[in-house]
Design a protein around this ligand. Structure first.
Ligand code: ZN
Length: 199
């Protein structure tokens, strides 16, 4: 027997489909929305749609932004000679929180995973190689996760870049295996960055 009306069920299902939201949280959120004033719900829904319509990839580093180039790529205070390669925009946010990294980024939007059928062409790797050919880069710091996929990606990238003569380094392990970079505290991230090893 169905406990709730189909509209409520649908709402609960939508929330439950989001990452990190279990069945209980999904119910709590659904009932919270139902109890909100209609104007608040409309404003919330609009924010979702507007964000989706306006957020795009930075033309240079492929992080999510709402302009052609993100604020980091546009800044003249950043060292354009250093590019840190990361898996996603959340990793970028984690490094930015340390406030100590002064180079630019390149966001791959994923990692190579033969098991999941994700190959080099499915992430923003070609764009990285194009950048390296067009820009004056001294060092590429590979900061993909220490998961199997992250390590595979790091190895693949280092093999691609080495022949160009650009320095390639890998952040120090010390970042927990399989751990998402965004959950790691700033001190650990900084230590991993400072202790990076030349490949
Ligand atoms: Zn950018």
């Amino acid at each position: 027997m169905e406990m709730y009306s189909s509209h409520i069920n649908k709402l609960i299902e939508e929330f439950a489909s989001l990452p990190g939201i279990g069945a209980k949280s999904a119910q709590r959120l659904a009932f919270h929305i139902i109890n909100m004033p209609k104007e608040r719900v409309e404003a919330f829904a609009n924010t979702l749609v507007t964000a989706k319509e306006n957020i795009r990839y930075c033309k240079r580093c492929f992080t999510l932004t709402d302009e052609e180039y993100c604020p980091i790529c546009r800044s003249d205070k950043r060292d354009a000679g250093v590019i840190m390669v990361i898996e996603n925009t959340r990793d970028l946010a984690a490094y930015e929180k340390t406030g100590k990294y002064e180079g630019l980024y390149h966001v791959l939007h994923g990692a190579i995973s033969p098991l999941q059928g994700i190959g080099p062409n499915d992430i923003r790797l070609k764009e990285l190689i194009q950048r390296l050919a067009a820009e004056d880069v001294n060092e590429v710091i590979i900061a993909t996760n220490s998961s199997l996929e992250g390590e595979t990606t790091a190895m693949y990238i280092s093999k691609l870049i080495k022949p160009t003569g650009i320095r390639v380094s890998r952040i120090a392990s010390g970042v927990p295996v399989g751990g998402d970079l965004e959950y790691i505290d700033e001190v650990t991230l900084l230590r991993a960055l400072e202790g990076r090893i030349e490949l």
